[in-house]
Design a protein around this ligand. Structure first.
Ligand SMILES: [Zn+2]
Length: 265
């Protein structure tokens, strides 16, 4: 067995996950938007699983208050650009993974060329303008997106397949005008849990293994340990993805009826 085969031998014994799935991971590029508590956990588990290439987007420098959740960072790096800290740790732990670090927020000009290289995107940004822009760019390019968010002890995860399933704008077209992107509570284990779930969904999208959260919305209440999966469908009036699409089936809650939530930064 090769060293790489040995590295992944435990996941290669998963039912339905074999050499073909591992090869797809190795040949894939995943763009992770945000490497805070949530996106950092996503990037870690994607790298550990053997994703070939990670593109990380994140502006801003490391502050002490980030350390309760951002496990790719160390106290000695305070003041450094966080995306470069994440890059350094991932390269140390997973030297076979190519990491591209972009120390910028999500903007159409800067992000579009990288999105065109991605097989799947994970949205782990913490503010609605960037998340909605990323959603729109993914829909326009036809790139699948794992949408993950948390607030306090609650989390949400779903999968957006452009043209097939509800997009973020179906549910949160206007965002949340009262949202304070730097003011919400974060327990690191909560953002890490939601980030790990997002990694699992990205692995499913890339490999075809398992059943991804297509047309389903996972809601987590980790304070009370209540996990719910609800069916969702596209908003026929969605300004981003609806054009000319069929209306939702009777009895299926529209995505717009589900609450919006943002993401740990
Ligand atoms: Zn939509």
């Amino acid at each position: 067995m090769t060293a790489l085969g040995e590295t992944y031998s435990r996941q290669l014994s998963l039912p339905g996950f074999g050499a073909a799935e591992q090869r797809r991971l190795a040949e894939s590029t995943v763009l992770v938007a945000g490497v805070g508590g949530l996106g950092g956990a996503t990037a870690t588990y994607l790298a550990a699983a053997g994703v070939g290439r990670l593109i990380l987007f994140h502006p801003g420098r490391l502050e002490r208050a980030d350390l309760n959740r951002q496990t790719l960072m160390t106290p000695s790096w305070l003041g450094r650009l966080r995306v470069h800290c994440a890059e350094a740790t991932l390269r140390l732990h997973y030297p076979d993974v190519e990491v591209v670090a972009v120390a910028e927020a999500i903007t159409a000009d800067r992000t579009f060329p990288f999105l065109a290289q991605a097989d799947v995107v994970v949205d782990a940004r913490h503010n609605f303008p960037e998340r909605l822009l990323l959603n729109e760019l993914c829909v326009r390019l036809g790139v699948p997106m794992v949408e993950a968010a948390m607030n306090g002890a609650e989390g949400q995860v779903t999968v957006v397949r452009p043209g097939e399933t509800a997009c973020l704008a179906c549910r949160c077209g206007e965002g949340d005008p009262d949202w304070e992107p730097l003011g919400f509570p974060v327990l690191g284990a909560v953002s890490g849990t939601v980030g790990a779930l997002a990694a699992i969904e990205a692995i499913k999208v890339v490999t075809g293994w398992g059943e991804a959260l297509d047309d389903r919305f996972l809601s987590l209440d980790l304070e009370r340990m209540i996990f719910q999966t609800m069916p969702i469908s596209r908003d026929p009036a969605c300004p981003v993805c609806a054009r000319g699409q069929p209306t939702p089936a009777a009895g299926t809650p529209g995505a717009a009826e589900l609450a919006c939530m943002s993401t740990s930064q």
